[in-house]
Design a protein around this ligand. Structure first.
Ligand code: PGA
Length: 249
């Protein structure tokens, strides 16, 4: 059985004190036993948020990690540092990191392997731009992203990975992929995993949808057979909305 997962990507939002309050507000609320609920605050908040969620079922994720172990890499944070702070997940390859920090599939593959080595579960993001969507070449684009990254993992490594499909045109724009548009890609990714790994990997890999998913549209999106939850940006910054999304399965 695939896990049902809702992960909140706070991006570069909230001050550390505000993030702590948000984490405390989330922890106070109840959510379905079947949902794995994850928060991904900025690095500066990880220590305090980790403490705030310690006695709850909420799990901690980072938004990025270095592909190096340690040493002279100013400004970077290693996988092991994240584990010691209590992280069990790490978002890798978000489109904002691909776009603004020029992270290539090659680097993202290294980061994914590094995360797996220390026991962090990668939440690996893929997704096409508006131009590619309108050109109708999005399936080829998604295949290429997978070919250059996750398909280079061994089967054992791939077992540890979550995928987030995030169409760039829907991120932070208020435009959501329709449940049918999202389902088409999720089914395609699952089929691709089945062809390149096997049916078991395909059936066991949770594939999250991201891109203006909110408390109003989550239920319809999550009702699609291949959508196993969401990676939530804006709507994860309000505890009530985030919990409503967690209870939308
Ligand atoms: P959004 O962001 O929900 O604000 O569109 C999603 C994401 O980028 O993870």
């Amino acid at each position: 059985m695939r896990k049902k997962i809702v992960a909140g990507n706070w991006k570069m939002n909230t001050l550390p004190s505000q993030g702590l309050t948000l984490a405390e507000d989330i922890v106070r609320q109840s959510f379905s036993d079947q949902t794995e609920l994850i928060v991904a605050p900025p690095h500066t908040h990880l220590f305090s948020v980790s403490k705030a969620i310690a006695n709850s079922r909420v799990k901690l994720s980072a938004q990025n990690l270095s592909n190096e172990n340690f040493g002279a890499y100013t400004g970077e944070v290693s996988a092991e540092m994240l584990v010691e702070l209590g992280c069990s997940y790490c978002i890798i390859g978000h489109s904002e990191r691909r776009q603004y920090h020029h992270e290539t599939d090659e680097i993202l593959l290294k980061k994914t392997i590094k995360a797996i080595e220390v026991g962090l579960t990668p939440i690996f993001c893929i997704g096409e731009s508006l131009e590619i969507r309108e050109n109708n070449t999005y399936l080829a684009y998604i295949s290429k992203q997978l070919d250059q990254s996750l398909l280079k993992l061994s089967r054992n490594q791939m077992e540890k990975v979550l995928i987030a499909y995030e169409p760039i045109w829907a991120i932070g724009t208020g435009k959501t992929a329709s449940p049918q548009q999202a389902q088409e890609i999720h089914a395609y990714i699952r089929q691709y995993l089945s062809t390149h790994f096997d049916v078991q990997i395909a059936e066991n890999t949770s594939i999250l949808y991201g891109g203006s998913c909110n408390a109003q549209n989550a239920k319809e999106l999550f009702s699609q057979i291949d959508i196993d939850g969401g990676l939530i940006g804006g709507a994860s910054l309000k505890a009530n909305d985030f919990i409503t999304i967690a209870n939308s399965f």
